[in-house]
Design a binder for this molecule. Structure first.
Ligand SMILES: Cc1cc2nc3c(=O)[nH]c(=O)nc-3n(C[C@H](O)[C@H](O)[C@H](O)COP(=O)(O)O)c2cc1C
Length: 308
């Protein structure tokens, strides 16, 4: 897979599709703005399905903090650096990805669209973006509903789990294992010491602990603690190419898209998901160029200023 989809780059290519297509009367399948996309998705979903995807834990303070934390990190553009040819590709677990995005695991996608995981998988493949499957994926909603409350609670709320349980996983696969939900540097170090291949900084989109830290705020200390031993990914609140840029500037290797692709699925099925991924990739590429970065290696902590 190549980071350069076309000679002009994904950013300009997408601008061309949107503007020239628009002039010819070809409208994007789903809105580019995530807020408008969410409104469109909401109109296409049942109130229960919308609430399932949009909702968070408790007072939803963590969802708000994810956004507020991103907005406190400001991008500081650099000028006149010849960024005409940009490479947005990253290396992750031996694969070259065209851009630093992965799709987050989202359970029970049937709530958003009948084609669910199949539509998302096709769109992800078309854009060359890895999709992380949820262990609640590809199952009919009825089956999940039958399984709720006991099996669900046993699987998802096992307070007895400890670091030693990771050995069970490590023994059973040679595939890379990433630990998702890490928010403390000491836990990131423990993950590395217990043989994990990657750390996924996440508060699961504010769906677990109400009042949790915004992921972008805890990222720098985790990156420092991991010290390059394994890749560090981040999700929770990524809503633009600028957010991905901020995360990479603070040391993430890639970012996870969550709710935005579910909105794309609800509003436009497979084509909707594909456009959402494409819009994020294009927005990231354009942000890189405007910030004076020709490659991922050019993005660093000096690319940001903390506002507050
Ligand atoms: C409807 C929904 C279902 C989710 N299901 C899972 C899941 O089964 N497993 C998991 O690890 N995370 C799950 N997540 C969390 C996502 O993987 C991801 O961390 C989160 O969506 C990122 O936050 P954001 O969507 O606000 O950007 C779910 C999130 C949503 C919105």
């Amino acid at each position: 897979m190549s980071g350069r989809d076309s000679p002009i780059g994904i950013g300009r290519e997408r601008q061309f599709e949107v503007y020239v297509g628009g002039a010819r009367g070809i409208r994007p399948r789903v809105p580019v703005s995530v807020e408008r996309l969410e409104r469109r998705a909401r109109a296409a979903m049942t109130p229960e399905a919308y609430a399932y995807v949009a909702g968070g834990a408790g007072t939803e303070e963590t969802i708000r903090e994810n956004r507020a934390a991103f907005e406190r990190w400001r991008i500081v553009p650099r000028m006149l650096r010849n960024v005409s040819a940009r490479d947005t590709a990253v290396e992750l677990f031996g694969s070259r990805l065209p851009s630093p995005f992965v799709l987050c695991p989202i359970g029970v996608l049937e709530m958003a669209h009948r084609d669910a995981d199949i539509a998302v998988a096709r769109a992800a493949a078309a854009e060359g973006v890895p999709m992380i499957f949820s262990n609640q994926a590809s199952r009919p909603m009825e089956e999940c509903a039958r399984a709720a409350v006991r099996r669900f609670v046993e699987t998802y709320s096992r307070p007895s789990l400890s670091w030693d349980d990771l050995g069970f996983l490590r023994e059973r696969t040679r595939l890379p294992i990433l630990l998702k939900g890490i928010l403390h540097p000491a836990d990131a170090v423990a993950a590395v010491e217990h043989g994990m291949d990657g750390v996924f900084v996440s508060n699961h989109g504010g769906r677990q602990v109400d009042g949790a830290a915004g992921t972008i705020d805890v990222l720098p200390a985790i990156v420092d603690a991991v010290a390059g031993r394994v890749p560090v990914l981040l999700d929770s609140g990524v809503r633009s190419g600028a957010d991905a840029f901020r995360a990479l500037a603070l040391g993430a290797d890639a970012v996870g898209l969550g709710r935005p692709y579910v909105w794309g699925l609800a509003a436009g099925g497979e084509a909707g998901v594909r456009e959402v991924i494409r819009n994020f990739r294009a927005d990231f590429d354009l942000t890189m160029g405007l910030a004076g970065c020709a490659s991922i290696a050019d993005i660093g902590r000096e690319s940001l200023a903390h506002a507050g």
